[in-house]
Design a protein around this ligand. Structure first.
Ligand SMILES: Cc1ncc(COP(=O)(O)O)c(C=O)c1O
Length: 382
């Protein structure tokens, strides 16, 4: 089956009435049929609500099936999908190698929380490929990727990194929220755990926070599920239902955001204020060749360089926008923009952009209206 068909078929319930969506069942207690069966958990029997009922199960099947994984864990946020993947993969005395472009709160987790459990982190320049092998010493247990990277949008050479990691017995994890498991198949490229924020394109309507981790094989899934259950992670059935509902229409929403983003990006490129367009699908992007090799499509999220602009100039530009809002998320129906410089925390890679960096998340609006809005921004800068 093609992905478009999978999105409509995966995780459908076996409902006697013919309903095509799972029930939103709420429950903690699950009564055992008999005393003898109280401690007997045959496959398929849920003994306690925390492990998830129909809606969570359907969502797990759909997210995992779309990526060709062995199984999926659900988390209450995308951040927790990353932290669960790491906690599954490391133990005291170990070290994580993390791409220098990872999402800021994941960086904080690695630097502030993980050391309490005896695990350290070393960051690496995100454009490093197989040379990452030189950084893998006996303590390295996991490599954490995010491609494209948060804000600066670097694409990593996933197959090269996964190959060397496997040779050295190191687990690879990727935050692939940008592809939503649709336009990139990291597990097929050799990655062990694909983590993503379902909050973004899967949810798609800016009304849901949730995350998922998909494991490449059964052994990795066992390890993931054990960690998920021992921490007591749980997601609400209503939220799982919303995520699954979003997943059904995700491909067309992503395509629309992607095509509008490219229209807006091309227009921006024609402006004298604009430097490089950091959308991996745009020829300007330094990793465009890797994008073409590994991805089958894109989405509406990209960053743009504004050479010569400083933070106050970016603020004047953003404050003049009337349709495009300012907010930290993306993947919803509404367009957003943020200036990135106040939150950039790279330590292992040279400054990647010239002037100010603004990230745009293009939503469902007509691109003409977004362009008119951006014209208002440029007019305010003068
Ligand atoms: C790449 C990436 N990963 C993870 C997250 C975190 O997702 P959540 O807000 O669901 O915790 C975000 C949020 O912006 C993100 O951009």
């Amino acid at each position: 089956m093609k992905d478009d068909t999978k999105l409509t078929r995966l995780g459908r319930p076996h409902d006697e009435r013919g309903l095509v969506n799972p029930a939103v069942a709420r429950g903690s207690t699950m009564l055992a049929p008999s005393a003898a069966e109280l401690y007997d958990f045959p496959p398929g029997r849920v003994h306690y609500g925390r492990v998830g009922l129909e809606a969570q199960q359907s969502l797990r099947e759909a997210v995992s099936g779309l990526q060709g994984g062995a199984g999926c864990a659900l988390t209450s946020s995308g951040l927790m999908a990353n932290t669960l993947s790491v906690m599954t993969s490391v133990e005291a005395g170990g070290k994580v190698l993390a791409a220098d472009c990872i999402y800021g709160p994941v960086r904080s987790f690695l630097l502030n929380t993980l050391p309490k459990y005896g695990v350290t982190t070393e960051f690496f320049a995100p454009r490093m490929g197989a040379e990452i092998g030189d950084l893998i010493d006996d303590n390295v247990q996991a490599i954490l990727l995010e491609s494209p990277g948060s804000l600066t949008m670097e694409i990593q050479d996933i197959p090269a990194i996964a190959k060397i990691a496997h040779q050295k017995g190191v687990i690879t994890i990727i935050d692939d929220t940008w592809s939503a498991g649709l336009t990139l198949k990291p597990l097929q490229l050799g990655v062990d755990y694909a983590a993503q924020a379902l909050t973004k394109y899967v949810g798609g309507h800016s009304d849901l926070l949730m995350g998922a981790v998909v494991a490449r094989d059964e052994k990795l899934f066992d390890r993931l599920r054990t960690t998920e259950r021992s921490f007591g992670f749980h997601t609400a059935p209503d939220d799982a239902y919303l995520a699954l509902r979003g997943l059904r229409t995700m491909a067309i929403r992503m395509e629309r955001s992607f095509s509008s983003a490219m229209t807006v990006a091309d227009w921006l490129k024609s402006r004298p204020e604009v430097g490089r367009i950091l959308h991996p699908a745009h020829a300007d992007h330094p990793d465009h060749a890797l994008y073409k090799r590994d991805f089958t499509g894109g989405c509406g999220l990209f960053s743009v360089e504004f050479p010569g602009w400083d933070i106050p100039t970016s603020e004047r530009f953003l404050d003049a926008l009337e349709i495009i809002g300012m907010g930290f998320s993306w993947g919803g129906y509404e367009s957003l923009a943020i200036h990135c410089d106040p939150q950039l925390k790279r330590t292992k890679s040279a400054r990647t952009h010239d002037g100010a960096l603004i990230r745009f998340a293009v939503g469902m609006e007509a691109p003409e209206d977004l362009i008119a809005d951006l014209e208002r921004g440029f007019a305010a800068v003068g």
